[in-house]
Design a protein around this ligand. Structure first.
Ligand SMILES: Cc1ncc(COP(=O)(O)O)c(C=O)c1O
Length: 414
């Protein structure tokens, strides 16, 4: 497949944005997000297809509005995500709520919105059925396949909190019958960044075998989750999504023929839609030579982009001020008071000097959305670029405002 290179916003453009809005700064390429979302409909050969953007990957309101303008569906994982999607105009029919250890009060709040629940534990299913008998529901099974680019993002198989075991299907049916629930969807999510497409196919067939055996009479769709891998390393071998889309279309159409009904096929990609669109721009403010080990210290940290620390994730880093210069090896670190606060260790990049701006690439998924204000450093501003125009969708709050916010929220209690 012919996928264009990862870098779509040029270094001069990123430098200009860094100067204009200051650093650290998140920048997203909105045109690429729309392209990625839409192309999945071309690759996956099945007419009754719905692509639900997993908004946990990036809940930036500009990005959500953009996807909404392009008729997207969304997968949500918390009551606030459901609320945000509804407030932005996604109708309840376009939202799926993948519940995870929800409390009864949370269940009640989401149920009132009319959004469909995707339930992945027998105890939650029992609670849900008892409280809302007769409702429609989607059931999340564990497809019993280990896959994903790091053990911490594998969400199926033996050691996981997610999904109901396939062997527990009769127990599911008992609860469903007891409360008159209607199973309209069957779901699985194997993991994130799945490199071996064979594992994807295996998860699909495991789930479809349950559907085939149990013939859920109200079934409307099967949801195969997210996990489409994107290349984080410029030299990584990209997955041929064209061939992949054809293959999964064939698996599903063969299944529907055997099943005797044309079901909807759902996917829930997060990374695929937004990862490549994002850049975290940071400034080098300290260079240290620790007995030959060069350390480039920046004005951001793992509170703004945690994937290298949490998942040993590789993010390509470009020196915007010296993209083609002589290269040296650096630890590229953050300003957080933690030893592991590094974006990259022993990384060869063009020589860095104080004041240089670096672009950390593929920072569109699970970066800002996993961020925090640890060490009381505010989250960066975010800029969405579309059609050559820039939109400041989130403005960094000042240290003054951050401190005041904390004092104000405590004041009522203490
Ligand atoms: C239930 C569910 N669906 C979809 C996704 C999106 O995964 P990805 O961003 O790898 O496509 C996740 C992420 O972990 C998930 O837990």
């Amino acid at each position: 497949m012919n996928r264009e290179s990862l870098a779509r916003l040029s270094s001069p453009k990123l430098l200009k944005l860094a100067d204009q809005y200051g650093t650290p700064l998140y920048v997203y390429d909105g045109d690429l997000i729309v392209k990625r979302y839409k192309e999945l409909y071309e690759y996956i050969q099945w007419d009754k297809l719905k692509i639900l953007y997993a908004m946990k990957a990036n809940y930036n309101v500009g990005i959500l509005k953009l996807l909404k303008m392009n008729d997207a569906f969304v997968d949500t994982v918390s009551p606030a995500e459901v609320l945000l999607a509804l407030k932005l105009g996604f109708t309840k029919e376009r939202i799926l709520f993948t519940a995870n250890n929800t409390t009864l009060n949370e269940m009640k709040a989401v149920q009132e919105t009319g959004v469909l629940f995707n339930i992945g534990s027998l105890s939650e299913l029992e609670k849900y059925g008892k409280t809302f008998p007769g409702s429609k529901v989607c059931i999340r099974f564990n497809p019993d396949v280990y896959a994903g680019e790091h053990k911490n993002v594998q969400t199926a198989g033996r050691i996981t909190k997610f999904g109901i075991l396939l062997s527990e299907v009769n127990h599911v049916l008992k609860i469903v019958n007891k409360y008159g629930l209607k199973i309209v969807g069957i779901h699985e999510h194997t993991g994130s960044g799945i490199a071996q497409t064979s594992k994807f196919y295996k998860s699909m067939t495991n789930i479809l075998s349950i559907v085939n055996r149990k013939k859920f009479p109200d079934l409307e769709f099967v949801d195969f989750g997210g996990g489409f891998k994107v290349s984080y390393h410029p030299e990584a071998h990209p997955i041929d999504y064209n061939a992949f889309g054809k293959k999964i279309g064939k698996i599903f159409s063969d299944f529907c023929k055997r099943y005797g009904k044309e079901l909807y096929m759902y996917f829930e990609p997060g990374k695929y839609v937004v990862a490549e669109s994002g850049y975290l721009l940071v400034e080098v403010n300290t260079i240290k030579n620790n007995r030959g080990r060069l350390i480039a210290g920046t004005n951001s940290g793992f509170n703004h982009l945690i994937r290298p620390v949490l998942y040993d994730a590789y993010h390509h880093i470009v020196n915007l001020n010296n993209p083609n210069g002589k290269r040296k090896i650096y630890d590229i670190c953050g300003n957080i008071c933690e030893t592991k606060d590094c974006f990259a260790e022993q990384r060869e990049i063009p020589v860095v000097k104080e004041g240089d701006k670096l672009a950390i690439r593929n920072a569109g998924a699970y970066c800002y959305s996993m961020g925090s204000i640890y060490n009381l450093r505010p989250m960066p501003s975010e800029v969405l670029v579309m059609d050559g125009k820039e939109y400041l969708t989130t403005k960094q709050i000042s240290n003054e405002d951050l401190a005041d916010k904390l004092i104000t929220s405590a004041r009522a209690a203490f």
